[in-house]
Design a protein around this ligand. Structure first.
Ligand code: CA2
Length: 151
């Protein structure tokens, strides 16, 4: 049986992880995050499609492309979290389980970071646990996907 595919999508500036502001975002690079996700996915019997883009339209297109292809979406929308109705609409339309991940605890940060459009489409939200949040999201997603398959 082919393993269920989980799209792990990353928004703008996350390509800078580990290269700038390590005191805020940690020292792991986006390649390290991908390696962590690949390791956890293998353990869980999932396949992943790990991507990053700085473009809002590209992120929306990738979400649309998940329809009929992926079993779930783990997304760190970064700066588009608080601005993008287009991303929210795409996540609602795709009708897949969505887990929103933030490396930092957005609720301890500036007020403008605390209202997430994306959360309205999310089954769950993980914030403030560093890159471990991606691993936790994949574990939760494995359960959600197994539950859906059993329905
Ligand atoms: O905590 C998170 O994961 C965020 O989604 C990160 C976003 C921020 O806009 C959100 O409020 C919270 C920023 C991503 C930019 O990442 C950088 C990483 C290293 C250096 C500079 C930016």
């Amino acid at each position: 049986m082919t393993p269920p595919l989980i799209a792990v999508l990353n928004g703008p500036n996350l390509n800078l992880l580990g290269l700038r502001e390590p005191e805020r975002y940690g020292t792991a690079t986006l390649d390290d995050v991908e390696a962590l996700c690949a390791e956890v996915a293998e353990e869980l019997g999932l396949a992943i499609d790990f991507r990053q883009t700085n473009g809002e339209g590209e992120l929306v297109t990738w979400v649309q492309e998940c329809r009929g292809r992926a079993a779930g979406i783990v997304i760190n929308p970064a700066g588009y979290t608080t601005t993008s109705v287009a991303l929210l609409d795409a996540l609602l339309a795709v009708e897949l389980p969505v887990i929103e991940v933030h490396i930092t605890n957005i609720h301890r940060r500036e007020e403008f970071r605390q209202h997430s459009y994306v959360s309205r489409a999310a089954t769950g939200v993980i914030a403030g646990l560093g890159i471990e949040g991606y691993a936790l999201a994949l574990r939760a997603m494995a359960r959600l996907v197994a539950e859906e398959a059993a329905e």
